[in-house]
Design a protein around this ligand. Structure first.
Ligand code: GAR
Length: 219
């Protein structure tokens, strides 16, 4: 498998980063994470990266009076690594149009909802409030509109009657850790093609089983 270089952007915990690194260790990512950049100096994921000898950098958004200046500094820090792919993994800053265009077609994001439902923050709370029976997560190419852009892969989980925000978030997060490495691998393998705003995936198994919630027994 050819391996591409990727940079991961984080803001906090970094559990998706850890899942990507675990997939890389298992030889399943198709990508080498060459740098991890945070917009917060205290982002825990920076330690995960540093402990593995991965280069880290911080571009603290609070040092910039305007978003455009932050975006430019961030792009400069990313481009030091000349990555083929930029992976947003819990990166909680809105990125401007010029930044997004600079990385067009090679900028991925993971979002904790089944987009286009629940873009933005507090997705698990909002899913519970809306009473949906299925919730989940989405990996997509980034476009200038927040939490928008061609969808690569989604995972759906049931919302259970006794769920609270924490239990639902944990069920979704476990799926995030499964689908993000897959999306990166497909990208690295050159299997993702954009066709009129939709992602086509070359040579994958056709999956047409449904996840129904609440679960039904059809016997
Ligand atoms: C993840 O749930 C990710 O989907 C979400 O932030 C969390 C980061 O967790 N991202 C967004 O909400 C982006 N709109 P992590 O730092 O443990 O990977």
């Amino acid at each position: 498998m050819t391996t591409i270089d990727a940079v991961v952007l984080i803001s906090g915990r970094g559990s998706n980063l850890a899942a990507l690194l675990a997939a890389a260790d298992a030889g399943e990512l198709g990508a080498r994470i060459v740098g991890v950049i945070a917009n917060r100096p205290g982002a825990a994921g920076l330690q995960t990266a540093a402990a593995r000898g991965i280069a880290t950098d911080v571009v603290d958004h609070r040092r910039f009076a305007e978003r455009a200046l932050f975006d430019a500094a961030l792009a400069e820090a990313i481009d030091v690594f000349a990555p083929r792919l930029v992976i947003l993994a819990g990166f909680m800053r809105i990125l401007g149009e010029a930044f997004v265009e600079h990385y067009q077609g090679r900028l991925l994001n993971i979002h904790p909802s089944l987009l286009p439902a629940f873009p933005g923050l507090d997705t698990h709370r909002r899913a519970l409030d809306a009473g949906v029976r299925l919730h989940g997560c989405t990996v997509h190419f980034v476009t200038p509109t927040l939490d928008h852009g061609p969808v690569i892969i989604q995972a759906a989980v049931p919302v259970l009657d006794d769920d609270d925000e924490a239990t639902l978030a944990a069920r979704v997060l476990a799926q995030e850790h499964r689908i993000y490495p897959l999306a990166v691998r497909w990208f690295a393998e050159g299997r993702l093609r954009l066709d009129d705003g939709r992602v086509r995936l070359a040579a994958t198994q056709r999956g047409d089983s449904a996840l129904i919630a609440p679960a039904i027994d059809e016997r």
